[in-house]
Write a protein that binds this ligand. Structure first.
Ligand code: DPM
Length: 345
């Protein structure tokens, strides 16, 4: 008997590329299985005239997919991990976190531009991004540049940049991962290093969500977990969750897997980038190496049967501790002011 699974996906080209990537990985290990892609539109795809940060819904790109999961219309759904809120709806779990691609942001200049770096652009140049995280950090580093919203999927944004639709954007700032998956890597003219612009929690990784009790799907998906990505993602997501930030606040991270452990750097910014708090936190996994504790069944809505509970909880508490350091230094005030100012705009 052929087992056929239904896979929910947003309809954008990037979302379908990501969904097909996950399916290809599953097919490699399970050639006998079949997968059917079920395309679904989300609020983030439908509402295109309002800035992302102003729609006021954390699950912008995920809610309709989760409803389809809940209604048993699909068996799992593939997300960019950074679009997946840090608290999942009840009865939903992350069944798999795949190996992270380059998590950095990058600059794409308008077609034909003679500039390659943000630092070369004349004062007053318009940079397209709807990310408060990017604009806050970059405003601090490049006070002469002007940051304006640009909405739509990646294809729409690139068209707006190149054809001068709407604003006359000089450049866009986008995630390297999305740009490369679209096959546009050669358009990247500058990589932004963490000292210029730290990345979003989960950026560059894919997360696969499924129903909590669906043991056969969970077993299938868990084979795709990438250990380092998973531990970094757990720490980063715990950081954002503890700060109570969604995708619409200027919060950014930079995490490194050190071999024996994890280093997490994270920060919060005011909208103009003038105020910021950045701290770091380290954790070592060396003490846990495979010894005797219970394999993890379900931890912070992530099922990872092959990892030890101790390492997952160590990663989680690393993120929590980092957030607590920033909260102790007054992060809440910066974030509340950023939210209030953004709501007013
Ligand atoms: C979230 C943000 C953006 C997306 C906010 C942020 C960027 C919005 C913008 C939460 N989701 O990053 O601070 O640039 O105006 C999104 C992209 C990808 C996943 C596109 C991008 C691809 C990269 C990945 C949109 N979601 O960020 O360039 O899979 O990590």
């Amino acid at each position: 008997m052929v087992t056929k699974m239904r896979v929910g996906s947003r309809k954008s080209e990037l979302a379908l590329i990501q969904t097909n990537h996950v399916i290809a990985q599953l097919k490699k290990a399970n050639p006998e299985m079949e997968f059917e892609v079920v395309p679904i539109s989300t609020v983030g795809d439908k509402v295109l005239d309002v800035a992302l940060s102003k729609i006021g819904e954390k699950a912008l790109f995920t809610k309709e997919l989760e409803i389809a999961l809940h209604n048993n219309e699909v068996d799992f759904v593939v997300h960019s991990l950074k679009d997946l809120p840090t608290v999942l709806p009840e009865k939903m779990v992350i069944g798999s976190i795949l190996e992270r691609e380059d998590p950095r942001d990058a600059v794409i200049m308008k077609k034909g531009s003679t500039y390659t770096k943000l630092s070369e652009l004349p004062a007053g140049s318009i940079i397209g991004t709807s990310s408060l995280r990017r604009s806050a950090q970059l405003k601090a580093n490049y006070p002469g540049l002007v940051f304006r919203d640009v909405r739509g999927n990646l294809n729409t944004r690139l068209r707006k940049l190149d054809n001068g639709e709407g604003e006359d954007y000089a450049a866009l700032v986008l995630a390297v991962a999305g740009v490369s998956r679209m096959g546009w890597a050669e358009r990247i003219s500058e990589m932004l290093e963490p000292n210029q612009c730290m990345y979003a929690v989960g950026q560059g990784a894919l997360g696969v969500e499924c129903r909590e009790g669906d043991t056969s799907t969970i077993a299938l998906l868990s084979s795709l977990h990438h250990r380092e990505t998973l531990l970094r993602a757990i720490a980063e997501r715990a950081f954002l969750r503890t700060l109570e930030g969604g995708c619409s606040v200027p919060v950014a991270v930079n995490s490194k897997f050190t071999g024996t452990g994890l280093e997490l750097i994270g920060g919060v910014w005011s909208l103009d980038g003038k105020e910021s708090l950045v701290q770091n936190c380290q954790v070592s996994f060396a003490d846990f190496g495979g010894c005797g504790d219970e394999p993890t069944r379900c931890y912070v809505a992530i099922t990872a049967p092959q990892l030890q509970t101790a390492e997952l909880s160590a990663a989680e508490s690393c993120g929590q501790q980092l957030a607590q350091k920033l909260l102790d230094e007054g992060a809440e005030k910066i974030l509340a002011a950023a939210k209030a100012e953004n709501d007013k705009k």
